[in-house]
Design a protein. Structure first.
Ligand SMILES: Cc1cc2nc3c(=O)[nH]c(=O)nc-3n(C[C@H](O)[C@H](O)[C@H](O)COP(=O)(O)O)c2cc1C
Length: 143
């Protein structure tokens, strides 16, 4: 098996309904190809980890790279793996553009992500890099 992680910048701010349809599309396709992983959208940035059969993951990544919804797609780690980090497809996001956005919710979201990153035991370098990137992203962004 194979895993990769990349980061990218959203072209437009993603609304929660846009994120929902992206998720729906991704879940259906990934399930049919036995691909799992995690996609985070935070303040206009995406970080995604994908894992599964090497050929399938690379094919998907090639497709994702061409997606007009984001730009500056940068691979920052890849590995051969024997065990998945995300046996189930998961995703967290925060709809920054919405009116109900408030400081409390945002802090809650950040805390949850940091808590999650402390709970998971990354079994490969790519997964480690994914969580590291996520933490940096959360820490850096001014609120
Ligand atoms: C940040 C981001 C992550 C994505 N992740 C996935 C994914 O995990 N699986 C997937 O099938 N499509 C994902 N997509 C959507 C693909 O880029 C593409 O739109 C979709 O696979 C349909 O491709 P097609 O129109 O060539 O069939 C993602 C798009 C973006 C912008």
């Amino acid at each position: 098996m194979y895993t990769l992680t990349y980061e990218s910048t959203a072209v437009n701010i993603m609304t929660s309904s846009e994120m929902e349809s992206l998720l729906e599309e991704a879940r259906t396709h990934n399930k049919s190809k036995d691909i799992t992983g995690c996609l985070i959208y935070y303040k206009g940035k995406f970080v995604q980890l994908l894992e599964g059969d090497k050929k399938e993951v690379q094919e998907l990544y090639d497709r994702i790279k061409k997606d007009p919804r984001h730009k500056e797609v940068t691979l920052f780690s890849e590995d051969k793996i024997i065990k998945r980090t995300f046996p189930n497809w998961g995703m967290a996001y925060y709809p920054m553009d919405e009116e109900h956005t408030n400081q409390y919710e945002l802090e809650q979201f950040k805390r949850n992500l940091i808590l999650l990153s402390d709970l998971v035991e990354p079994t490969n370098l790519t997964a480690k890099q994914f969580w590291k990137k996520l933490k940096t992203m959360i820490a850096e962004s001014p609120t």
